[in-house]
Design a protein around this ligand. Structure first.
Ligand SMILES: Nc1ncnc2c1ncn2[C@@H]1O[C@H](COP(=O)(O)OP(=O)(O)O)[C@@H](O)[C@H]1O
Ligand SMILES: [Mg+2]
Length: 1061
């Protein structure tokens, strides 16, 4: 509990002595100490300070915002906050009922509450909410201008009842509202008691409007010129700033969205009423006439109707009887009555029209709102006319005081009666506290048939002429013996009551003597149809729209309207029902004195109010009672986390037992009582401690729940992920397995295929195996190579390798490249081929010693041609490093050997001839024709050997050209060589052609028949690559396409100019 400087006792529940005296003394001490608010538990008693108090600033708002009632000194802010919190926390509609007699500060309190709510809401600063708040606050200026007046009790007395609902969205921000107005005291328009004023609006326009505005309204700035506003004799009041209020009212009209035409029409109506008050009648004979027709003209102009119509409506009435329409002239007094009724009715309509305008400015605009706004809650603020007693009390006071009886009844019902009944029901030991139940007075007024309103209605219904006196008699007859009703006739000894004129009601708040005069008329509240039609005929649509029933035909028979009394009664019953449906908060206003003085505390006046408000009974009930009650199950659910015995769940017995354990553990046993179904907690402090304990633990619980839930979500996610992976793995396995099965099926018989399955199409692999397929394929390729090679003896593998290389370069391009021959290479070392083989061998030895090569790859006799076109026989020797040109007999080298790395290409013809051109970088190519005893075809062998050796030495491929017309360089000159076959010669020869070209002739007699390829043709002498199935591609004569050399033809070392291939 916060500490603050205490004057007297802030919460009267804590008073040492409970008595009216002690209670009032405490109020006085606090009032004198500047403390105007005092609690009775959660009821706030407010004593009107009659001075500006500095209690409502921003610093006060922050002190009360979100705090518990008992934490801070008593204040209306705390009540407003409690209502707001309940609404926001529990989604509960709440209402704040402000009661107290006239001038006790109800209207001020309601405005303070609205300002507080505006100050604590819309932290997000939303524009629409700001607008709504502004409209809510500013609507007061308008409603007070037109509905408040100075009375002898209060300079700013509300002469209408106001119940305002403020709608909040789910976040607790105000999104709109609705004003319900109750019975306006319209008699004030035409009549004011001494010291009182008419409604503020009349004075505001006179003092506030500019000269030009006034002249448009045909007004003089002089109160005394107008009968309707001068009767009270006190037009100017210190506390009322009419001029500023007029400005504020005009500003509020604009804020609320009233149009210029509407505002203009409103002030014209107000002015017309002022003029209407000045209409006087004269009668000559039975002719009633208007004394001052100029005024009629002004009225007509202001109301936008014709002056004749105005005159007519004021002096005549049209009646329809049995289908006939007749005109009847008023008597003077009828005319005066009609004028006043007219003035009152216009003002009443105007007021309702303004309330409607206020409502359309603040109504919740659902259509623009997101659906969440539809779930809104409401705080109702009731500021209604307070109980009042005047010198002369009439029908209006009767209604106002009845209204206060109803509110008191509600308070009794909720605070005193239901509360005590609940204690009994719950079996709580309880000493019944007596209080005065004013139900009996409510019944006196409102009961059907027997109540004053019913009696008055009956009198009004009477067809014959009924007077007020007759009404009083009827009341005396029916209410004789009632404790709270009397007249002089019923109590002849009571000298205070005037015979046949007055009756007295003993109200809960005091005795009031009412004058019966006017009761019937006011209850009937008749207005001649003529006026309704007149107003409807206005060319100003704002004015005519206030009088829709003026459109009715005169002859139309309408239902008798409800009387004013019955309508008021119905509205009160509806109001009480509405309030009872909400959670109520009370502010009880007290007037410290009748002088509006900030220093006088009139003990007697205050005691009277405390008594009739039932505050001490309230205090007794409160003190003996309990601040808070809750059913055991809900209590346990809310606070179970506080105790280790009840958290997370209580299993040791009933909810009641769980509650008991919790309460005892927390040490609150002395502050509670255990009812049959509910726990009762006496002091709010205990409740607060429970709430605090709970609030402290909630974050931990929230984190715990979040933790558990996050864990659960993660586990769920993990399980789903794992399931997915398992499915994926199985599916992958299945895909792989089925692919492998498919491979198995496709390749089942490869072993028995001629090409070991090379031609087979590989089935499309699944995604997972796509990268593996090339590995499978290379495995297959290796296996095929193994299978092929396993048919060839190991000693033949080097020869085979050369054949593969040669085949790559020549196959398909040359008719025969000697693949079927056994490639021995060093032919000159064999006596079969070379009788002087031993000479050759020793020459080779010499060369090896000199040049240091490792092995002889090839040797043969050749025919060559030189740059001078001279052809000669020679021998060629190819070692692993060099190409030698040797003498054909001595085998001595004829020039220094040509390094193989110097070779730049090989050209051969497509035929069976033995021409080989070894292109050299030196610009002098080696143009030879291979020779042998057996006419062997060795072009392939030479080509293959050179290709391989070049590749080994240079790591690039030699270019091989196969063409019938070839080109060579001899002596740095480019020469064409045409290969020609002829049948004339018997050995190949070089010659010079007619165009300087060289001609190499090949005798067709040396051509051999080429046998068709077959697997069985492979014999020892000639290991040939196995043939592929014919037609698998364009090769025809099959061989192995070696991986390492299959690009031979395509690569160029880039230096050659020969090659129009
Ligand atoms: N809280 C307050 N602070 C200052 N003056 C107040 C306060 N409450 C009431 N008054 C004064 O009392 C007058 C009457 O209050 P009002 O609220 O109009 O009474 P009610 O509505 O109960 O008839 C106000 O005009 C104002 O001068
Ligand atoms: Mg008021």
């Amino acid at each position: 509990m916060a500490s603050y400087e205490e004057v007297g006792i802030g919460d009267a529940v804590l008073l040492d002595e409970i008595s009216t005296r002690a209670f009032v003394d405490n109020l006085r001490v606090r009032f004198n100490g500047g403390k105007i608010y005092t609690y009775i538990g959660e009821v706030c008693v407010s004593v009107n300070p009659y001075r500006t108090v500095n209690l409502y600033g921003k610093e006060y708002v922050t002190q009360y915002k979100g705090r518990e009632i008992f934490e801070r000194p008593p204040h209306v802010f705390a009540i407003a906050d409690a209502a707001y919190k309940a609404m926001k926390r529990r989604g509960q509609d709440t209402c704040i009922v402000i009661s107290g007699e006239s001038g006790s500060g109800k209207t001020e309190a309601s405005k303070i509450i609205m300002r507080y709510i505006a100050a604590v809401t819309n932290v997000a600063g939303q524009q629409e909410i700001e607008r709504v708040k502004n409209v809510l606050l500013q609507s007061n200026a308008i409603l007070e201008a037109f509905g408040n007046a100075k009375t002898t009790r209060n300079d700013n007395s509300s002469r209408f009842g106001k119940y305002m609902d403020i709608n909040f969205d789910f976040k607790g921000d105000p999104i709109g509202g609705h004003v319900q107005n109750y019975l306006l005291e319209k008699s004030r328009v035409v009549l004011q008691q001494p010291g009182e004023r008419n409604f503020h609006s009349f004075y505001q326009v006179l003092f506030g409007a500019s000269d030009s505005e006034l002249s448009r309204l045909k007004l003089k700035r002089d109160v005394n010129s107008y009968h309707f506003i001068r009767q009270g004799g006190s037009p100017r009041v210190d506390t009322i700033a009419d001029k500023t209020d007029y400005k504020a009212c005009q500003g509020a009209f604009k804020t609320l969205g009233f149009s210029t035409e509407q505002i203009d029409a409103i002030w014209r109506v107000v002015s017309a009423i002022l003029h209407l008050g000045n209409i006087e009648f004269t009668s000559s004979g039975d002719e009633t006439q208007i004394k001052n027709p100029k005024v009629v003209k002004d009225i007509a102009e202001l109301l936008h109707v014709s002056p004749d119509q105005v005159t007519k409506a004021l002096c005549h009435r049209v009646i329809a009887a049995r289908g006939e329409v007749m005109e009847k002239r008023h008597t003077e007094s009828e005319a005066s009555y009609g004028r006043d009724a007219f003035a009152k009715a216009i003002y009443e309509r105007l007021f309702s029209y303004i309330v409607q305008g206020v409502n359309s400015a603040i109504e919740v605009r659902y259509e623009n709102q997101s659906p969440q706004y539809k779930y809104n809650t409401v705080i109702g603020v009731l500021d209604i006319y307070g109980f009042e007693i005047f010198e002369r009390n009439s029908f209006e006071q009767f209604c106002i005081n009845y209204c206060n009886e109803k509110l008191q009844q509600l308070f009794i019902e909720l605070v005193l009666k239901q509360e005590q009944e609940e204690y009994k029901r719950e079996g709580i030991a309880w000493q019944t506290i007596d209080y005065f139940n004013n139900q009996i007075i409510c019944d006196l007024v409102e009961q059907n048939h027997k109540g004053i309103i019913s009696i008055t209605d009956e009198a009004c219904l009477n067809v014959g002429k009924v007077t007020d006196e007759m009404l009083l008699e009827a009341m005396e007859k029916k209410l004789k013996g009632h404790d709270h009703f009397t007249t002089r006739k019923l109590s002849p000894m009571d000298k205070e009551l005037k015979h046949v004129v007055e009756f007295r009601i003993k109200h809960y708040a005091g005795d009031v003597v009412y004058a019966i005069k006017g009761f019937l008329e006011k209850n009937k509240d008749t207005l001649f149809q003529d006026f309704k039609r007149l107003m409807y005929s206005s060319s100003d649509h704002v004015i005519s729209s206030m009088w829709p029933e003026g459109a009715q035909d005169i002859t139309m028979i309408t239902k008798r309207p409800l009387t004013a009394g019955t309508m008021f009664k119905n509205s009160m019953i509806a109001l009480v029902k509405n309030l009872a449906s909400k959670e109520p908060y009370y502010i009880r206003c007290i007037k410290p004195n009748d002088q509006k003085s900030p220093v006088i505390f009139d003990q007697e006046r205050v005691t009277h109010q405390v008594n009739y408000l039932g505050l001490v009974e309230n205090l007794r009930v409160r003190r003996a009672g309990f601040a808070y009650r809750q059913s055991y199950d809900r209590f346990l659910r809310r606070y179970k986390m506080i105790s280790q015995y009840t958290w997370p769940n209580f299993h040791g017995g009933t909810d009641r037992e769980g509650t008991k354990i919790l309460v005892e553990e927390q040490g609150f046993s002395n502050d509670v009582k255990y009812g049959n179904t509910k726990l009762f907690i006496r002091s709010p402090q205990t409740l607060f401690a429970l709430e605090q304990g709970r609030a402290k633990l909630i974050p931990g619980i929230v984190i715990f729940l979040q933790k558990m839930w996050r864990g659960a979500i993660c586990r769920m996610h993990y399980r789903r992920l794992k399931a997915g992976l398992t499915i994926l793995a199985h599916y992958r396995k299945y895909k792989m397995r089925s692919y492998m099965l498919e491979l198995n099926r496709v390749f089942r018989n490869v072993k028995h295929m001629q090409d070991y399955g090379k031609h087979l199409r590989w089935p499309a692999p699944p995604l997972v195996l796509r990268s593996m397929v090339s590995d499978f394929q290379s495995i297959h390729n290796r296996w095929r190579a193994h299978m092929i090679l396993s048919n060839v003896p190991k000693s033949d593998w080097p020869q085979l390798r050369i054949k593969v290389i040669a085949g790559d370069a020549l196959m398909g391009k040359r008719a025969d490249w000697g693949v079927r021959e056994y490639w021995e290479g060093n032919y000159l070392a064999s006596t079969k081929e070379n009788p002087a083989a031993s000479n050759f061998q020793s020459a080779v030895r010499n060369m090896r010693n000199k040049d240091g090569f490792r092995e002889v790859l090839f040797s043969s006799l050749i025919k060559k041609i030189n740059k001078k076109n001279k052809s000669s026989e020679r021998a060629i020797l190819i070692t692993d490093r060099h190409i030698y040109k040797l003498h054909n007999k001595t085998f001595k080298p004829l020039r220094s050997p040509i390094p193989i790395v110097e070779v730049s290409g090989i050209s051969v013809s497509p035929g069976q001839d033995q021409l080989v051109i070894i292109h050299l970088r030196s610009g002098n190519d080696f143009v030879i024709s291979l020779m042998s005893q057996t006419n062997a075809n060795r072009v392939g062998e030479v080509t293959g050997l050179l290709l391989r050796q070049y590749q080994l030495l240079n790591r690039t491929d030699l270019r091989v050209i196969v063409n019938a017309n070839l080109q060579c360089m001899l002596g740095n000159k480019s020469r064409m060589i045409n290969v020609e076959e002829n049948s004339v010669g018997s050995f190949p020869a070089f010659s010079k052609g007619p165009r300087k070209e060289l001609i190499y002739t090949w005798p067709t007699s040396m051509n051999k028949e080429i046998p068709p390829p077959s697997k069985t043709s492979t014999h020892r002498q000639a290991p040939a690559p196995p043939s592929r199935s014919p037609g698998a591609n364009g090769y025809g004569n099959g061989h192995i396409k070696s991986n390492g050399h299959n690009n031979t033809n395509r690569h160029s070392n880039g230096v050659h100019t020969y090659g129009n291939v």
